[in-house]
Design a protein around this ligand. Structure first.
Ligand code: ATP
Ligand code: MG
Length: 325
């Protein structure tokens, strides 16, 4: 009766497919009423029997399950050549909301400013990303919360940027450091610097996809073509699998300028790439939590700021399933 399906794989499949109806699948598989739901919410005290797993397997396959699915982390770089547009905040908050949904997440600080490390309370890291890129050292990580880890950086990363340019395979070194740990996480998010430098190209080379954060202001369009061209160049020459997931508007205010800009972007660009429906509002809680070096969810899981990213996280996970299928 034994098959390769395990409870952990079943739970992972539902986590990645939140729109799947747990009780519907339960009934289709002919399991006792609400069994799956009870097992999922039992904190490990209830299990599925081998017989349950055998019944479930064909039903899950019908909905897209396969052994190889979700074995490796999806690596996403958060990019924009412009500064101060919410890249770091999105990396931290999307990471935390993914964790709240049960995923294992690694955040990589790939910006010499080290802002991501600082807001997560990791200053002057003893070991950091720059130390490993040209040595045998594995990517150094520190644990931030249950299921949330950080590979930290500081200004030392700027010192090795020249090596990324001059050394053989410089801009695939980050990819090589990530490859051995792909099975340890569900998502790896890379916070990029505000430039189109070799650091950003290295992050793109290491990624399955990329997400652009953008302020809804006309200055945001300046240079956007260069960013899109850089992503296309990476796709053409060094990482043909990379996809542009789309744009998320950040620091959105309720005024006619922001409204007008968003409408214009949605109508002119929606044909070329996705502009996510969820918008991250301009809220002071983001600055507060960062000043306190506490994650948003730890500070206030009921805040409007945290809710914005939870909503975005739901939309993003749902979108990723469309891409996979
Ligand atoms: N939704 C928001 N509402 C209010 N303030 C925000 C929001 N998102 C980010 N901020 C604040 O705006 C500033 C810039 O944000 P962030 O550091 O995330 O941008 P960035 O694109 O990573 O910047 P850089 O290009 O310098 O790395 C920070 O002080 C942050 O606290
Ligand atoms: Mg930043």
């Amino acid at each position: 009766m034994k098959n390769n399906l395990t409870l952990e794989k079943v739970m992972s499949f539902f986590r990645h497919n939140p729109s799947l109806n747990v009780n519907g699948v339960n009934d289709e598989a002919g399991l006792p009423k609400r069994k799956l739901d009870l097992v999922f919410n039992s904190n490990g005290s209830r299990k599925l029997s081998d017989e349950d797993l055998v019944k479930l397997e064909p039903i899950l396959r019908k909905y897209g399950y396969s052994e190889s699915l979700y074995q490796k982390a999806r690596v996403i770089s958060i990019v924009n050549h412009k500064g101060g547009v919410g890249k770091t905040t999105t990396t931290a908050c999307l990471g935390e909301t993914l964790v709240s949904k049960g995923f294992k997440v690694l955040l990589i600080d790939f910006d010499p400013q080290g802002n991501l490390s600082q807001i997560l309370g990791v200053e002057n890291p003893e070991e950091q990303v720059a130390d490993c890129l040209f040595t045998n050292m594995p990517l150094p990580v520190v644990q931030i919360l249950d299921n949330l880890w950080l590979a930290p950086s500081d200004i030392s990363l700027a010192e090795i940027e020249v090596d990324l340019l001059s050394r053989v395979g410089g801009d695939v070194r980050l990819r090589h450091k990530i490859t051995p740990i792909l099975e340890d996480y569900d998502y790896i998010l890379i916070d990029c610097p505000p430039s189109l430098s070799k650091l950003t190209v290295s992050a793109l080379n290491a990624s399955n996809s990329t997400l652009i954060t953008m302020l809804p202001e006309s200055s945001s369009l300046k240079g956007l073509n260069s960013l899109l061209n850089r992503i296309s160049e990476v796709k053409e020459h060094t990482n043909r699998d990379i996809v542009l997931d789309g744009i998320v508007f950040t620091m959105v205010r309720k005024n006619s300028v922001h409204e007008g800009f968003k409408d214009a972007v949605r109508s002119s660009m929606a044909a070329d790439f996705r502009v996510f429906d969820t918008e991250i509002r301009h809220l002071v809680d983001f600055q507060k939590s960062q000043a306190l070096q506490a994650t948003l969810g730890t500070l206030s899981a009921t805040s409007e700021a945290y809710r914005c990213y939870k909503e975005f996280c739901d939309e993003y996970i749902a979108y990723l399933q469309i891409v996979k299928s």
